[in-house]
Design a binder for this molecule. Structure first.
Ligand SMILES: *Cc1c(COP(=O)(O)O)cnc(C)c1O
Length: 301
């Protein structure tokens, strides 16, 4: 088993979101945007990465966050350090009216003389999709230099953009890979549909993308109690990998996906696979809001 270390994409930018932001910010520069607005959960990795990218660009940033203010910890604390404006929206209203809330916030920035780019949840849109299409080019080189052929590529999936980019990019860049994603929130029908519609939308904007048949493969057996909620088995898996390999997973995404992967390995799901590449999508700062559960797991021997 191999691990693609996308947790090492940066310190404050750690994880998969900066691969999408690379293209989103490129788009912002091309079209002279000068402020970023995005949205997510209170401990969103995508929001934290966007806040730091905005600070690096010298642009203001507003984050529309689902739910009440948590304590000063993890990504939420970092958002504040990066100088982002935080707008907390109560969960029910957030899920009902996200689009119109984002549009209102954008209007506010326009009234102040800015041109804000509104980035959707997780940066998963037709532009962000390019991040993991490009990552597949890198993976093709990785596989060539390591002598890996026909790998199974495994990742967590939350807003679908990483999965969509890997699923399409592995075909576009001739990786001859199977891509399997572990859901952390919605079910497999949602993600399989999201991957296809994201790619179809991207093709309508970028005609250079080939007309390929995508067969997304999502496993939704390990979501547990829901998004952002982990159980002792996930905590123990995180503690075990930390002490066995010195690699840190997070309880929201990578820890759950890795737990699913190891359970499926034991169940024989990967009996045909010669090489498995787990894409470590980051999420380190998501450790801290789960300190109590993780401390319990780390005390077990
Ligand atoms: C956002 C995120 C994911 C999921 O990626 P999507 O492209 O949103 O599906 C996986 N792992 C981590 C650590 C993330 O922050």
């Amino acid at each position: 088993m191999w691990i693609k270390r996308d947790d090492l994409t940066g310190t404050v930018l750690t994880g998969n979101k900066v691969r999408k932001l690379e293209f989103l910010v490129g788009h912002a520069l091309d079209y002279e945007y000068d402020a970023l607005i995005t949205c997510g959960g209170v401990h969103s990795n995508h929001c934290r990465a966007t806040a730091f990218v905005a600070a690096q660009m010298g642009w203001p940033c507003e984050l529309v966050l689902r739910g009440d203010e948590p304590g000063p910890v993890g990504n939420h604390l970092l958002d504040q350090l990066a100088g982002a404006e935080l707008t907390h929206i109560e969960a029910a209203l957030y899920s009902q009216s996200l689009e119109s809330i984002l549009e209102q916030r954008a209007e506010r920035w326009r009234a102040r003389g800015h041109k804000p780019l509104v980035i959707p949840t997780g940066g998963s849109d037709a532009i962000g999709l390019w991040g993991y299409i490009a990552a597949c080019e890198e993976l093709t080189d990785d596989c060539a230099s390591l002598g890996i052929s026909s790998p199974v590529i495994v990742s967590a999936t939350g807003s679908g953009g990483t999965q969509a980019g890997l699923t399409a990019g592995s075909i576009i860049h001739n990786l001859r890979a199977q891509v399997r994603a572990y859901a952390v929130c919605d079910d497999r029908h949602y993600f399989n549909h999201k991957v296809r519609t994201d790619y179809a939308l991207a093709r309508s904007l970028y005609p250079q993308l080939p007309d390929i048949a995508l067969a997304p493969d999502t496993c939704d057996d390990y979501i547990g109690a829901g998004y952002g909620l982990a159980n002792d088995a996930v905590y123990q898996g995180i503690a075990e990998l930390a002490r066995l390999e010195g690699i840190l997973l997070d309880p929201v995404y990578t820890g759950k996906a890795f737990f699913g992967l190891t359970a499926d390995l034991q169940a024989g799901v990967y009996s045909e696979a010669s090489d498995i590449i787990f894409v470590h999508t980051g999420g380190i700062f998501g450790i801290f809001p789960h300190a109590d559960g993780l401390r319990g797991a780390s005390q077990l021997r």
